[in-house]
Design a protein around this ligand. Structure first.
Ligand code: ZN
Length: 261
């Protein structure tokens, strides 16, 4: 995604429809078009000023281009729903992380997506394979690589986010809005913000792994909650809340997805 910002700016100048963004071939063209359009929208719109979001993201201002840049720094590829981790992961170095280091504890998941919660099916919207593979490697002192199309990406940093599209990302039932609506656009952008957060953290907070939601929560038993006050769900929620509050074409309360990301 190194060229993402440059290409979006180029597109803005050229007025062309789509940017050359580094999607894997495994992302269907319709999905590429929508995601490119989403990022183009964020790059070119005056996202509201919000000090809380700026503080959480550690950015000077919350204009759209700065937020997009923040995402871009944490994402190297977007891969499609059909991308198979097991077939594309390989060990590059058996002793890459020789020093013992603090690593996060993996929550014991009680429920997995596909089950039901609050009367609806819980769907995976997106996942950050790069962040997860990095943590897994660090815990076992191994450097892994991920093969995306013809490129082998050595996962040497949590910042090398490889975001995998999930079944819910383009599900218009989750947003109750058409796929090309502003509501759906903000939903997908908020998801990118969420996944980008999984490329952050260090030591025990590496990857900002999810926590198991407590009894009584609508996602009780699912790994659908944050362990910290600036984790992926919190930062995604703040991004979406501020966006919708300031969006004339969005209806607050429309978005109540049954999902995990
Ligand atoms: Zn997540």
């Amino acid at each position: 995604m190194k060229q993402l910002i440059a290409s979006l700016i180029t597109v803005a100048i050229a007025g062309a429809a789509h940017a050359e963004i580094n999607f894997s071939k495994s992302v269907p063209s319709e999905q590429r078009k929508l995601l490119t359009r989403d990022m183009f929208f964020l790059a070119n719109q005056p996202y509201p000023s919000d000090s809380k979001l700026a503080q959480m993201m550690e950015i000077p201002s919350t204009d759209g281009l700065t937020i997009l840049n923040w995402i871009d720094n944490r994402m190297v590829r977007i891969v499609g729903e059909d991308f198979e981790l097991e077939k594309n992961i390989a060990i590059v170095n058996q002793s890459f992380f020789p020093e013992p280091s603090e690593t996060p504890s993996i929550p014991t998941v009680v429920n997995t997506p596909g089950g039901s919660s609050g009367g609806g099916k819980v769907q995976t919207v997106m996942s950050n394979l790069g962040g997860a593979v990095y943590i897994s490697g660090k815990m076992s002192h191994v450097m892994f690589s991920l093969k995306v199309d013809d490129n082998k990406i050595n996962i040497t940093s949590p910042r090398l986010g490889v975001f995998k599209v999930g079944e819910g990302l383009f599900n218009t039932q989750l947003t109750k809005s058409p796929a090309d609506s502003k509501m759906s656009t903000y939903f997908r952008l908020a998801t990118l913000v969420h996944e980008a957060r999984h490329s952050d953290g260090r030591g025990r907070s590496a990857g900002f792994l999810h926590a198991i939601c407590p009894t009584g929560h609508r996602f009780a038993g699912y790994a659908g909650c944050d362990a910290s006050s600036n984790g992926p769900y919190t930062i995604e929620g703040q991004f979406l809340k501020v966006a919708i509050q300031n969006c004339k074409d969005c209806q607050p309360g429309e978005l109540e997805p049954e999902k995990t990301v």
